[in-house]
Design a protein around this ligand. Structure first.
Ligand SMILES: [Zn+2]
Ligand SMILES: [Zn+2]
Length: 410
């Protein structure tokens, strides 16, 4: 009984206090890698959507078809049959599933309650400092560019939320405008109120964690932008339908490209080293990932949440000309526990190099307190690394609301 109570307590700790930042959920769901066995089970070839260019679009399916077109092959792979694949991944079998849950065979889910318990029993060396820490992200003095439709720009709004406007098309990533939950308090101000943001065409949602998918913020956005399209990973639309009544939501599997009305933009969903969970029993029932946005001659990588991994080098092969990489640098301590889901500043810097991106902008720090390190520390570490490597021209650490495109080297 005591063991059951202790498990329930740890589960609550996992969900309520550290839910968005850790992998530890249930040992019952712990998975192991067995790629060769995994591959040998597959007998059906689900090749769909042969590669083509951005101009060669097939007839778009209706929105309801886009939502209802998830295909699962023998319980082992899933994809959205309405969507194309990246041209170099046209033979990809689909996003792997294991026991009905999404699964990254390169980085299987390994942490357990034992690890959560170990972490929670450890003394956080920053505990005393954090009690009196008053860090707040700085806000740019001039936000006027945001309301000038003729100015291309990218603005960090805190945590993983970016406003992007290029060629008149507007996007927002993982919008969270206030607290991320009742217990995840926001420590830095939002630089601009949602009602003062320009209208949004595309809302990109990397995964279901509460510091990335916030119902209140999405409800607000939905009211302000009734025509916005929502782009997310497989099986995520059911979370969004409750406030998005027009159902303009597209789900993609890894390496799939969304079917967009605008001809000058292409968005691809890519794997990351992470996981999903919103409630107790839905671990990895929704897909997680990163986005590459190609618009107006710019290529932008939005990394979502991810531990370091080989997917960055692979992304460089698929997208050799990334201009700007948005990479998480916070929620990384203690590293033994967090590194399977999040990157330290050093690992994020290496990811930036692996991606071959021209510039990097850090995110996922300074807004919510998700882990042991003080919320402002990751940016200090990254600046130190960039300085040591003479890369401060390319590693950009903007104020909130600052036009990041204007900071990039010409
Ligand atoms: Zn996450
Ligand atoms: Zn996160």
């Amino acid at each position: 009984m005591n063991r059951t109570k202790s498990l329930v307590k740890l589960l609550l700790v996992g969900i309520v206090f550290v839910g968005p930042s850790i992998d530890a959920v249930s040992q019952g769901l712990t998975q192991s890698a067995n790629t060769s066995q995994f591959m040998s089970i597959i007998t059906t070839d689900p090749k769909v959507n042969s590669s083509d260019s951005i101009e060669q679009k097939p007839t778009p399916p209706s929105k309801s078809n886009v939502l209802a077109s998830r295909v699962v092959v023998e319980g082992k792979y899933a994809f959205n049959e309405a969507l194309k694949y990246h041209p170099l991944k046209s033979d990809y079998m689909g996003t792997p599933l294991k026991n009905g849950r999404y699964h990254n065979p390169d980085y299987p889910f390994l942490l357990s309650f034992k690890d959560v318990r170990k972490w929670k029993k450890q003394t956080n060396p920053f505990l005393e400092f954090k009690k009196t820490d008053t860090f707040q992200l700085p806000i740019a003095s001039d936000l006027g560019w945001m309301n000038n439709d003729s100015i291309d720009g990218v603005a960090w709004l805190g945590h993983a939320t970016f406003f992007i406007r290029i060629g008149g098309i507007t996007l927002i990533t993982d919008p969270v405008f206030g607290n991320a939950s009742r217990v995840l308090k926001r420590y830095s101000k939002l630089p601009v109120k949602p009602e003062n943001l320009p209208s949004i065409n595309y809302v990109l949602l990397s995964h279901d964690h509460r510091d990335h998918m916030d119902y209140q913020s999405l409800r607000t956005l939905s009211k302000l932008n009734p025509k916005a399209q929502y782009l997310c990973g497989l099986s995520t639309s059911k979370l969004l339908k409750r406030f998005n009544r027009n159902g303009d939501i597209q789900e993609a599997g890894w390496y799939q490209q969304y079917q967009l009305d605008d001809q000058i933009i292409r968005i691809t969903y890519l794997p990351t080293r992470h996981w999903c969970r919103r409630w107790i029993t839905d671990t990895n029932k929704h897909l997680w990932g990163a986005f590459v946005i190609e618009v107006g001659g710019k290529v932008i990588y939005f990394g979502g949440d991810s531990g370091y991994g080989k997917h960055y080098l692979e992304t460089k092969e698929l997208f050799p000309n990334i201009d700007l990489a948005m990479l998480g640098i916070g929620a990384y301590q203690p590293e033994w526990f967090m590194e399977s889901n999040h990157s330290s500043p050093a690992k994020a810097y290496q990811s930036f190099l692996d991606l071959g991106a021209k510039s990097m902008v850090p995110m996922h720090y300074g807004t919510f307190d998700l882990s042991d390190e003080p919320i402002g520390e990751p940016a200090e570490k990254l600046l130190q690394i960039a300085t040591e490597n003479k890369m401060t021209q390319r590693v950009l650490i903007p104020s909130l609301g600052q036009n990041i495109l204007a900071m990039m080297p010409k």
